[in-house]
Design a protein around this ligand. Structure first.
Ligand code: NAI
Length: 641
């Protein structure tokens, strides 16, 4: 089989290389010998690299399968399949398609790599529009093994089938784009997300903050603006301008227009969204920049565009997700991410803008994503209540919510037992790989229920309560085989703080408050035990001795909290961490949990030792007075004694 590749520039030389490496004879055509020589050199260099990596067996042999020529009409006569990749100018492409049509055998498929020009426009230059299709590669084609195959207005099913077969034969995965909308699937979504990034910059975010979200939270290999700087701000400028001109409702943002005017084109001019000193310099995108911006603010516009594509019959949800993963390096499909984060949250972010009717309908139908069992996709879902504890199975993770908001989710007997049952439920469900715990209302958990503690009169009352009610949950957690993420949504006092020491990842909302105020009511915080202080350090003594509250940042410095996020990002951050854990090998996760058990058993001792000390305080007058004073909302008598 002979493949004719027209245009030997950035894309054409790469496409020729891919075809030759797949065993095809290739004719590569361009306007001058000079361009062709340079293309052959680049192909030789890249094949050599591929050979070194073992991706190509014999670079020389592959190279010999590529013949170059400036005579399009002549090469067209021998072609079995044609890929056009010349400059993005309609007149030039039409001229080429006319020549191809006149010289290729009638059954030959003529495909175009155009990014923005309608296929039918190009096809109109031929007498075989049914044999013309879009075959849109991504740069560089030797590495990105994915194409969009576009059906023009007149493209026949047979042509589409042949194009799919050809794509497969050169090792490319593909999606079908059923309608030739400007930008097809990937570029349309990219442009929306990029324009959103620029809008965020215009509203005060720094490029590093946007790219840190993209790299460290969404999980893409490079930052979005970093990639634009790499490929050229002017390239994107032209794409957006062209898509706008062709009817997509996008405009080049003012910032980008100015950047192009000022020659801030990215790495090639030393300045773009970032500054570059020398060819090897890179943007400094650090994880610490990642938690100011809500990732949904960035991708919601892309999700909205995807909804438009589905609603207009351009591509299926599966195709869109596949395209973003294979073409753009998204860690998972965009629509799966939408289901993860919750479509209600997507809609909230889009507030004030034109949300796609499909998204609005899904939300009003209660199709919110994993949290309701159905969004763009269907997910395993289950909901149960264990007393004041709500248990939800959300596909691969469980969300456990302490639901006693009027009592600040205080730990009474039902709460202890409910939590234990919910954790056991998640532990025994093989689908569940991560557990997330949070509280409803303004508290995470205010600690032990004073009403319960106040009813204890003797040692034994407290001891019985702890051994029969609290210890089973502590045992369950200490031996848990699945990672536990805690989302501290508000106050976490006493036991509500201490429970967090046993969890694997603690994410706190920036308005969360922590304290161990047990001394104020005649008890002792378990973390005040010698082991507790050994784990948390000397600084904790101050909080035990005063009952002072610490904010989320202080709690992070104390090692109680891992990540602090703005309030509106708590739920999303939880989902992100679930997804991060799900990327690990299950056996690795299990082994990590197993080794971390040593730490969790220290926690067990801390609590046990602490409980022991509380129990010792129960028969004292201070304890009784503390409890009375708390219930009567007055100062305990020992103040001023
Ligand atoms: P380029 O400018 O690097 O290469 C275009 C080549 O076409 C040049 O070598 C030029 O000499 C040649 N050419 C111009 N007129 C010709 C003619 N009459 N006959 C034969 N050759 C002719 O452009 P690039 O980036 O390779 O883009 C080519 C096509 O691929 C465009 O349609 C573009 O939209 C599309 N594309 C580009 C991508 C990219 O990342 N650069 C990605 C996907 C598609």
């Amino acid at each position: 089989m002979r493949v004719l590749v027209v245009g030997a520039g950035t894309m054409g030389h790469g496409i020729a290389s891919v075809c030759a490496a797949s065993g095809f004879e290739v004719d590569l055509v361009d306007v001058s010998e000079e361009v062709l020589d340079s293309a052959k050199m680049k192909i030789g260099w890249s094949l050599k690299k591929l050979e070194e990596r073992g991706a190509v067996k014999n670079a020389m042999e592959v190279l010999q399968r590529i013949r170059t020529s400036t005579n399009l009409a002549e090469c067209a006569k021998f072609a079995d399949f044609v890929i056009e990749a010349v400059v993005e100018k309609t007149e030039v492409k039409k001229e080429i398609f006319k020549i191809l049509d006149e010289n290729c055998r009638p059954e030959v498929v003529l495909s175009t790599n155009t990014s923005t020009i309608p296929i039918s426009d190009i096809a109109s230059a031929t007498r075989r529009p049914e044999k013309v299709a879009g075959l849109h590669f991504f740069n560089p084609p030797v590495l990105i093994k994915f194409v969009e195959i576009i059906r023009g207005e007149k493209t026949s099913d047979e042509t589409l089938k042949k194009t799919v077969e050809f794509a497969k034969s050169i090792g490319m995965d593909h999606i079908i784009v059923e309608k030739e909308v400007p930008g097809f699937v990937v570029n349309r979504i990219n442009v929306r997300v990029f324009n959103e990034a620029v809008r965020l910059i215009e509203s005060g975010y720094r490029p590093e903050e946007i790219d840190a979200v993209v790299k460290y939270r969404i999980g893409m290999p490079m930052g979005l603006l970093e990639v634009v700087d790499f490929s050229g701000v002017d390239v994107l400028y032209n794409v957006i301008k062209e898509l706008g001109r062709r009817g997509m409702d996008v405009e080049v943002p003012e910032t980008v227009r100015r950047m192009v005017e000022e020659n801030r084109l990215g790495m090639k001019t030393g300045r773009g969204f970032y500054e570059y000193e020398g060819f090897y310099s890179r943007a400094k995108i650090l994880p610490k920049f990642a938690y100011r911006l809500n990732p949904l603010n960035l991708i919601a516009a892309g999700i909205n565009e995807a909804a438009w594509l589905i609603r207009n019959g351009v591509a299926t949800k599966e195709s869109i997700d596949k395209a973003m993963v294979l073409g753009m390096g998204y860690p998972k499909g965009l629509l799966e991410m939408a289901d993860d984060f919750g479509l209600d949250n997507v809609l909230k972010v889009l507030e004030g803008r034109e949300a796609d009717p499909l998204l609005k309908k899904m939300v009003s139908d209660g199709k919110l994503g994993k949290k309701s069992g159905e969004g763009f996709y269907c997910w395993k879902y289950d909901r149960k209540e264990f007393g004041p504890v709500i248990y939800e199975k959300r596909d691969k993770y469980a969300l456990i919510t302490m639901n006693r908001p009027e009592k600040l989710n205080a730990l009474n007997e039902e709460m202890w037992r409910g939590l234990n049952e919910a954790f056991i439920e998640a532990e025994k469900d093989p689908d569940i790989r991560v557990v997330v715990l949070t509280g409803r209302g303004r508290a995470f958990c205010a600690g032990d229920d004073i009403a319960v503690m106040g009813s204890w009169k003797t040692f034994m009352d407290g001891k019985n309560f702890f051994t029969s009610v609290a210890v089973p949950l502590l045992d369950t957690i200490a031996n848990y085989t699945k990672p536990i993420i805690s989302l501290v949504n508000g106050i976490a006092f006493g036991g509500g703080l201490e429970l967090n020491l046993a969890f694997d990842i603690v994410i706190a909302s920036e308005d969360a408050l922590f304290s161990v105020p047990e001394g104020l009511i005649g008890a002792i915080p378990p973390v005040a035990s010698s082991l507790g202080l050994a784990v948390l350090g000397r600084k904790m003594v101050r909080y035990c001795l005063t009952g002072d509250q610490m904010d989320a940042d202080e709690a992070r410095q104390m090692g109680i909290v891992d990540i602090v996020v703005p309030r509106d990002q708590l739920e999303i951050a939880g989902v992100e961490f679930v997804n991060k854990i799900l990327r690990l090998a299950p056996l690795s996760v299990r082994a990590i949990k197993e080794t971390a058990r040593a730490y969790r058993s220290i926690f067990g001792f801390v609590v046990e030792k602490g409980l022991h000390e509380i129990i010792e305080l129960i028969p004292t007058e201070d304890f009784a007075e503390g409890m009375r004073a708390f219930v009567q909302r007055r100062r305990p008598l020992w103040i001023g004694r």
